[in-house]
Design a protein around this ligand. Structure first.
Ligand code: ADP
Ligand code: MG
Length: 452
């Protein structure tokens, strides 16, 4: 197979998946249709102009960079609306888009995330066994062996896959079971929307009627007091009614700083199961499983090279395989260990997050030069972007207000404190901004290490 839009796009997608947080990926990028790849451009199709605007604003640079590196020539991105709708103007504000894209209800389960497609190894034995036992108990309405089941491990090791596997298993075994899968961010946004629309009662009602509640990434509850409060009551009701709760986190409960003690203590009531990075044999087994799932035959020495090179993140492992396959197809060459060398990412330690990284992220996202963030402009978009950057610098790094001031055009620490509290206040009654900031935070957390 030569260079078709589909093969190019597959390869671009696999890189995008590793760079874009999964909630944003689902919201923005999952339904893109590759249309055409020519000498100088990559054309993609999206269902409506709303998505077109959002993708152009947020992901143009990233997509162009990845596509150009895949095809080894500069490619400009062109986004076309291929749905029936093509007139509606794109909303002006980034957070309006986000809110509109985030459906209110629970998130759908990905049907590919099953127990059958999950490769077992020494690294995840307990977590898989506990997940299966839990799914079985819920579906057969037996006494729950562990409640809650708390699964933890670092990014890309299969937490979401396992949570959804439990959900998929239970939904297919017993259609009468109410299964809700959500993330802690989504839970928080729904709650805030509920409060604003005076629909808190409906929100509570919904969550208290489930038989199985799966909440992904509870470490993002840090500092979200109202959400923790609500989850605490939901937890008590469900637990008291012998309904199952499964949680995931990037660290064990005792390390969840910024969460209420009483909530953390409940997280420890059941079983804590960790997932570690897979060893070499397990990485090989995962690569074989992924190759088979794609119906592709890849030589063992190629799989071995990938498995040796990438060790700490299964998503990256999968990404490297897809990239290797696409490369071979695009170049019309057989994959050899030698040409594979050049395309595999070098796995290094993630850099520690700095204020400069935050400024870069904000400047790309809002399409403002970095100098504007440091400068004196009072234009609304600029000053709000600046305030968000300052807020994040305070929340995500260890710098003091005076130190942050020095990084933002030598501003006085009182100005910095003011910006910080301004955003903090706005967050409590602006769900859209809240969602936006959570997303930026998630992006930064997935790219850098936050030693707080
Ligand atoms: P996390 O939620 O821990 O960040 P995910 O569940 O999203 O990680 O997993 C990342 C990717 O790696 C998914 O595509 C998932 O299917 C895959 N994956 C992780 N662990 C395994 C495994 N043991 N077997 C098969 N696929 C796995
Ligand atoms: Mg996950």
């Amino acid at each position: 197979m030569g260079e078709t839009p589909v093969t190019v796009w597959e390869s671009v997608m696999s890189d995008l998946r590793t760079q874009v947080p999964s909630t944003s990926y689902e919201a923005w990028l999952s339904d893109i249709e590759p249309l055409e790849v020519s000498e100088g451009s990559l054309v993609i199709g999206v269902p409506d102009s709303f998505k077109k605007g959002g993708i152009e604003r947020r992901y143009r640079t990233t997509i162009e960079e990845i596509a150009s590196s895949v095809c080894r020539r500069p490619l400009a991105l062109e986004v076309r609306v291929v749905g029936s709708e093509n007139e509606a103007p794109a909303p002006a504000l980034v957070h309006d888009e986000l809110a509109a894209s985030a459906s209110q209800g629970a998130l759908p389960l990905n049907p590919d995330y099953t127990f059958a497609s999950f490769v077992r190894g020494e690294n995840n034995r307990l977590a898989v066994a506990a997940s299966e036992a839990t799914g079985d108990a819920v579906a057969r309405r037996l006494k729950k062996p562990y409640n809650p089941l708390f699964i933890y491990g670092s990014v890309g090791l299969g937490k979401t896959h396992l949570l959804q596997a439990i959900g998929n298993f239970v939904s297919s075994a017993d259609r009468d079971c109410t299964v809700v899968y959500t993330t802690s961010e989504r839970f928080a946004i729904e709650l805030i929307n509920g409060i604003r629309g005076n629909a808190t009662a409906a929100f509570r009602e919904k969550y208290r009627q489930v038989d199985l509640l799966l909440i992904d990434d509870v470490h993002f509850l840090k500092g979200k007091e109202a959400t923790q409060e609500e989850l605490f009551h939901t937890f008590n009701d469900l637990h008291g009614n012998k309904k199952q709760i499964v949680l995931s986190s990037d660290r064990p409960p005792e390390d969840l700083s910024g969460l209420q003690e009483r909530l953390v203590s409940r997280f420890k009531w059941g079983l804590e199961a960790d997932i570690q990075p897979p060893n070499f044999e397990t990485r090989m087994a995962i690569l074989r499983e992924k190759a088979i799932a794609r119906g592709i035959d890849v030589d063992n020495d190629i799989l071995e090279l990938i498995a040796r090179r990438i060790s700490s993140n299964v998503r990256a492992l999968e990404g490297a395989l897809v990239k290797a396959i696409a490369y071979a197809e695009l170049q019309g060459e057989k994959l050899t260990p030698k040409n594979l060398e050049g395309i595999l990412p070098k796995e290094g330690r993630r850099a520690k997050l700095t204020i400069a990284h935050i400024k870069d992220e904000i400047s790309t996202r809002y399409q403002l030069p970095r100098s504007e963030l440091e400068g004196a402009s009072r234009k609304k978009e600029i000053s709000q972007a600046r305030q968000i950057a300052i807020y994040l610098a305070r929340e995500l790094t260890e710098h003091s207000f005076p130190a942050i001031g020095r990084e933002f055009g030598d501003r006085d620490h009182t100005t910095i404190m003011h910006s910080y509290s301004k955003i903090k206040e706005l967050l409590t009654d602006t769900p859209l901004l809240y969602a936006e900031i959570l997303e930026i935070q998630e992006t930064l957390e997935s790219r850098y290490s936050l030693l707080r």
